[in-house]
Write a protein that binds this ligand. Sequence first.
Ligand code: COA
Length: 258
Amino acid sequence: MEFANILVEKNEAIATLTINRPKKLNALNKQTIYELGMAFDLLQNDASIKAIVVTGSGEKAFVAGADIAEFADFDIQQGAELAANGQEILFDFVQNLSTPVIAAVNGFALGGGLELAMAAHFRVASTNAKMGLPEVSLGVIPGYGGTQRLPQLVGKGKALEMIMTANMLSADEALKYGLVNYVVAQEELLPLCYKLASKIARNSSVAIAGAIRAVNANFETETDGYLVEINEFGHCFGTDDFKEGTTAFLEKRKAEFE
Ligand code: COA
């Protein structure tokens, strides 16, 4: 996979997507959003890949936001389209990906950067990371799902405080509010993500995909998440992974999933 603004590496069952515009602090321009969407889709359809780690190039930034230079002269219609297209191509797409996505937040994760990290299934940060939604300081609001996902993760009050003040959280504050699961030194960030990804890769990817759908259903207002869970649970009973997982347990051996 060759892209202009992202790097894709595969190591056994784990893929790493690196957003590679370090001179622009990995800001998400249209091309990068498009390439990320395409890469996530290709990896999701690659049966050998069981987990994806997404991170930023360089030591300073995960992603410093949507590329401000690109939308500075947009009108109302173009603004709405920017948000709608971005959500469809990348942000909602990542949230609903059947392959688990871990965001390795290695520096600034601002605006669209934090929104991308929040669309991932969970986040790990390095100690230098700073996270915020500074859009109102530019006269706009978060448009890639930030007003929805931030309250889900940190609660309504903290989310509104962050959005209204445009303040950044330190990595430790983000840990305290549940925005990230772990904080480690920068050199330990990818090793920890790979350790978690390897653990995930040993489990049933079919069951994990069902679990992602069921957990996501909890946040869809029109969906009965309990019903989704029942259906996904039932679906597992018809899979080879379920036969292998239960047989392996009864035979006192480790399961070998496909
Ligand atoms: N969009 C476009 N370009 C961006 C960018 C963004 N979101 N964030 C950083 N850049 C560019 C800068 O314009 C600069 O480019 P230049 O060297 O061609 O002038 C380069 O990345 C380095 O950024 P700089 O601001 O010089 O680094 P810094 O260390 O002084 O500050 C930040 C770092 C993250 C605090 C600062 O870049 C910033 O505030 N970025 C915007 C954050 C934001 O509002 N994001 C939400 C967008 S909706």
